[in-house]
Design a protein around this ligand. Structure first.
Ligand SMILES: [Zn+2]
Ligand SMILES: [Zn+2]
Length: 484
């Protein structure tokens, strides 16, 4: 039999595509996902909501809505101002000043630069908060927990942007949600002294995109005395709940021995070979991991010239999984693999991880989500229940680190009329500064304020929130998670 009889000639005749550019990814999967999402939404029915007789009384919710609508121009202005001045993590100086100014205009004195983080701001209202409103400009744990303890809700606010993409994650809208909710509750308290039977804290949390700042803030006391924490996230759908993966950031530095690549290669130990084997191993590992696990890496350093055996190579990796325990397991397997590449090549390896525990998966609190869903229906929105939008689109957030310490929610609010706009794109940035983004800024402010009021006014709801949190595993030692 000849080679020609096996068809090699026809393969050789196949036209060569234009190799100057990449092939275009098929949109078939996205089309299918959109169809399947629509079908699941129809089949799932409405997300569970708090019953009418639970939470805060309907008349107070009506008054809250009036207050939020009266604040709407200022909330939209804040969202647009942040959108026009995008700042990356820990450089949110314009944003923190804008939030502080708005709070002061409404008679609330914030502390700026709390927990030794220049662009972190904190303010409090409600029971026992009056004595703690002194303005501070710097460091340290700003407030001792109220004593005796009163129910305390923290509303967290993000305002960092992405380099090159601006507010492609919509944090300007989210900041307006959180600041707006806090101001609405402050105004309600001014109108009706005593309407807050507990404390409400506004805590801005810098650098969500670039750092695990909420972990640092939590370790420095941000959640001391806090019973629950809430915030929103911008998105292309209204979603009560969605999967957010935990992530471990790692670097692997391989150390070899340089030598002349032609005359004395046998005297070298090749660090780039180790990095190559590690990448190959990761590629093969992917077949044996969970569908929601993610492992991705880039080569930060791979040598300088081809005629020297590379002495140093560095891989930058992110390992993600859906649950804390599966994340820990996967990180262990990746570390074995990284060690194995060193063993195969006779190189040394050092695995470097962030000093601060990386992002944990988000654990959403069921009863608080029900309060959120009710609030959004009152604004004409209908958040989809969990499981409708495929979790394969999951990313990560440092709110996960908060949600394993105290009960919390991180629902998504729709900022665009197009359901195909992805986070971290220029299209999402445009939506976050558009009229649909403005509507979300106001509706989300009402939603977070209503959730806080529901929780403060209903001891049964607070018990249910705590029971749901305990049933899901209770508080996790996040700071010590990787040391066990
Ligand atoms: Zn983002
Ligand atoms: Zn984000």
């Amino acid at each position: 039999m000849t080679a020609g009889a096996r068809g090699t000639i026809s393969a050789m005749n196949r036209p060569v595509r234009d190799l100057s550019r990449p092939t275009k990814p098929s949109s078939a999967v996205q089309s299918r996902m959109a169809e399947e999402t629509a079908a699941r939404a129809a089949a799932a029915g409405p997300a569970p909501a708090l019953p009418e007789d639970a939470g805060v009384a309907a008349e107070l919710r009506t008054e809250l809505a009036e207050v939020v609508d009266s604040l709407a121009p200022e909330l939209v202005a804040l969202s647009r101002d942040l959108h026009a001045h995008p700042e990356v993590g820990h450089a949110e100086h314009h944003a923190v000043a804008a939030v502080a100014e708005l709070l002061r205009a409404h008679g609330v004195s914030p502390s700026v630069g709390v927990y030794s983080m220049d662009t972190a701001l904190r303010a409090e209202i409600g029971a026992d908060a009056a004595a703690e409103r002194g303005e501070r400009q710097d460091a340290g744990a700003p407030q001792p927990p109220a004593s005796p303890h009163v129910p305390t809700m923290a509303i967290l606010a993000e305002y960092d942007a992405l380099p090159g993409v601006g507010h492609g994650c919509g944090h300007n809208v989210m900041c307006a949600n959180s600041v707006g909710a806090f101001l609405a509750l402050a105004e309600l308290e001014r109108r009706r002294p005593g309407v807050l039977p507990g404390r409400v804290i506004l805590q801005t949390t810098p650098a969500e995109e670039s750092d695990t700042a909420k972990e640092i803030l939590a370790q420095r006391g941000m959640l001391d005395g806090v019973d629950a924490a809430i915030q929103t996230h911008a998105y292309a759908h209204d979603l009560a709940d969605q999967t957010w993966l935990g992530v471990r950031r790692m670097s692997a530095v391989y150390t070899g021995i340089p030598s002349h690549a032609s005359s004395q290669p046998f005297m070298g130990r090749n660090a780039l070979d180790a990095a190559t084997l590690a990448l190959t191993g990761l590629g093969l590992l992917r077949q044996q991991i969970l569908p929601m696990d993610r492992v991705h890496a880039v080569v930060d350093d791979g040598g300088r010239v081809a005629n020297v055996i590379p002495e140093r190579a560095e891989l930058n990796l992110m390992v993600r999984s859906k649950y804390p325990e599966t994340l820990k397991d996967l990180v262990g397997r990746v570390e074995d693999l990284l060690h194995g590449a060193a063993l195969m090549t006779g190189t040394g390896v050092e695995i470097i991880t962030d000093a601060n525990t990386n992002e944990m998966p988000v654990r959403s609190n069921g009863p608080l989500l029900q309060a959120w869903v009710r609030s959004q229906r009152e604004r004409g929105r209908d958040p989809l229940p969990a499981g409708v939008v495929p979790e394969t689109i999951a990313a990560g957030t440092d709110f996960g680190n908060v949600s394993l310490r105290v009960p919390g929610i991180h629902p998504l609010i729709k900022v665009t009329d197009r359901d195909d706009v992805a986070l971290h794109t220029r299209e999402m940035a445009a939506a976050a500064g558009s009229p649909t983004g403005d509507d979300a800024a106001v509706d989300g402010a009402y939603g977070l304020a209503a959730v806080a009021l529901d929780w403060l006014h209903d001891a049964g709801l607070r018990d249910a929130v705590r029971a749901d949190f305990e049933a899901a595993g209770g508080a996790v030692d996040v700071a010590g998670f990787w040391e066990e």
